[in-house]
Design a binder for this molecule. Structure first.
Ligand code: AMP
Ligand code: ZN
Length: 115
């Protein structure tokens, strides 16, 4: 846990969040500023700063994140209509919280290219 990290504090239960799924490796909770009817953050419990800090030993974790993205989308019935998984990396990528996370967005048509 990084003591100054917002998502580490949510994982530790020190800051409230609406948790939708949790297991030994990750948590899924509601984004506080939703950009779609369904907008969740899939967050590994391990403090990893950005995508660039992923090690080969994290490969199974990243695969698991995508498995859970599909599971949550199916369980909440927006998988078949379609959804988007987004990871923002570093400043130009739009990252503002420095603990690796994946946005799971669904429930509306998504445009392309992204903003
Ligand atoms: P990113 O720009 O990829 O770093 O995304 C950070 C996301 O964290 C944004 O979509 C924020 O709305 C979300 N966020 C910030 N603070 C909280 C919080 N306390 N609980 C849930 N989501 C949050
Ligand atoms: Zn953290």
């Amino acid at each position: 846990m990084a003591s100054d990290c917002l998502f580490c504090k949510i994982i530790a239960g020190e800051i409230p969040a609406t948790i939708r799924y949790e297991d030994s490796q990750l948590v899924v909770f509601d984004d506080i500023d939703p950009q779609a009817p369904h907008h969740f953050l899939i967050v590994p419990k391990k403090h990893i700063r950005t995508t660039l800090d992923l090690a080969p030993s994290d490969n199974e974790l990243v695969g698991h994140i995508y498995q859970i993205a599909g599971k949550v989308a199916r369980d909440l019935n927006f998988a078949e209509t379609g959804f988007r998984v987004v990871n923002n990396c570093n400043d130009a990528g739009g990252q503002v919280v420095w603990h690796l996370h994946f946005h799971l967005l669904g429930g509306r048509d998504m445009s392309w290219p992204p903003g």
